[in-house]
Design a protein around this ligand. Structure first.
Ligand code: AHG
Ligand code: MN
Ligand code: MN
Length: 345
């Protein structure tokens, strides 16, 4: 049994995500009822997307739609399907005032009811380039509480990630897992989907990222575009040195959710630094970097843009990009020392 669901916790492992939320395991926001309901809506959307993903090859949802999204990227049929599913599901029950999605140019209003206290940002289908080759993909989301009674606007989304009420992701891998947190004090918990029952069951209670890991995850195909500090760090981490357990093992799936999930559980470092081709970084702040930064900090890990804390970045635009480094505290700290020129080897 994995070290997360030891014998003592096996009893709780029979616990569904719904029960876990209802019992306020995610902290006081659950007390309001709307937050509980919103989280359950997200988990329902994840079940619907899971069934679409698992049948993608059969349900003719592989391949491209022929459209290009605001990112200038080809839209896969599954990107669109997951996007529609999340919008439709979150539009019910009136708790979500608006959504921001990688697949939408602007925010989409969900209700005029001023009592809707939350907005949700998401990457409906992460790892699109891996859909057609049956490699793990995912969904990433963040939940932000609205302040004041005013009409919902983009300003409700453009807040630093440290203000998130909840964040999580779904990984459609060898099994489907939903990982969720409402912040440091309440921990990070993983729920594995049992398709025979149609429920997410607690399988990884209180995920903690090890202080240091043994793998590094970066697209070395970009090496010729990296700045000197990243090149020096990459050479350092691949050098032989028994005393510091180097070289680290290389792992790169090319789906953020998969590379980040492995790093969250096992430790190590994931980096998508800025480079000559992507001077602001490639990954999106609101619905890729912030949710994962929130989760890594809640699990005792760390998340920077190479030097500064991701969760303190003041967003200016919905789809703005950032460099992203996620992982074990020690490994991300070392990366930062190279970036600041404090280390060259
Ligand atoms: P998306 O499929 O939502 O556009 O995200 C793809 C992202 C992310 O999942 C991954 O970490 C990164 O693109 C991989 O980029 P490279 O192929 O440039 O390594
Ligand atoms: Mn993505
Ligand atoms: Mn995507």
């Amino acid at each position: 049994m994995s070290d997360h669901a030891s014998g003592a916790q096996a009893v709780r492992a029979g616990m569904t995500l719904e029960t876990f939320i209802m019992e306020g395991m995610f902290g006081t926001p659950a007390a309001t009822g709307t937050f509980t309901s919103l989280l359950n809506q997200i988990s329902f959307a994840a079940k619907l997307v899971t069934s679409q993903v698992r049948r993608a090859g059969l349900a003719n949802v592989l391949g491209y739609t022929g459209e290009v999204n605001v990112q200038g990227e080809q839209v896969m049929k599954l990107d669109e399907l997951a996007n529609e599913t999340l919008i439709t599901t979150l539009g019910r029950r009136g708790h979500c005032a608006a959504v921001a999605s990688e697949e939408l140019d602007e925010i989409q209003h969900m209700t005029n009811d001023r009592r809707a206290r939350y907005v949700v940002m998401f990457d409906p289908l992460d790892g699109s380039s891996n859909i057609d080759v049956n490699i793990s993909i995912g969904t990433i989301f963040g939940v932000m509480r609205r302040e004041g009674e005013g009409a919902v606007s983009e300003a409700d989304f453009l807040k630093p990630g440290r203000e998130l009420a909840a964040a999580g992701y779904v990984i459609y891998g060898s099994s489907t897992m939903l990982v969720l947190s409402t912040g440091r004090e309440r921990g990070v918990h993983g729920f594995t989907y049992d398709p025979t029952v149609g429920e997410f069951f607690l399988s990884h209670e209180n995920i903690r990222t090890p202080e240091r890991g043994s793998t590094f995850s970066i697209n070395e195909g970009n090496a010729c575009r990296w700045g000197e500090p990243v090149k020096r760090w990459a050479e350092w981490i691949k050098a032989e040195d028994k005393a510091t357990s180097r070289p680290y093992g290389a792992r790169y799936v090319g789906t953020l959710v998969a590379d980040a999930h492995r790093t969250l559980l096992k430790g190590g470092i994931f980096a998508y630094p800025a480079d000559k081709k992507s001077p602001d970084g490639k990954l999106r702040l609101l619905y890729e970097a912030n949710p994962f930064a929130f989760l890594f900090e809640a699990a005792g890990g760390m998340a920077t843009n190479g030097s500064d804390r991701i969760l303190d970045i003041e967003p200016k635009k919905l789809h703005q990009r950032t460099a992203l480094v996620l992982g074990s505290r020690e490994d991300v700290t070392t990366f930062g020392a190279f970036m600041r020129g404090e280390r060259t080897a």
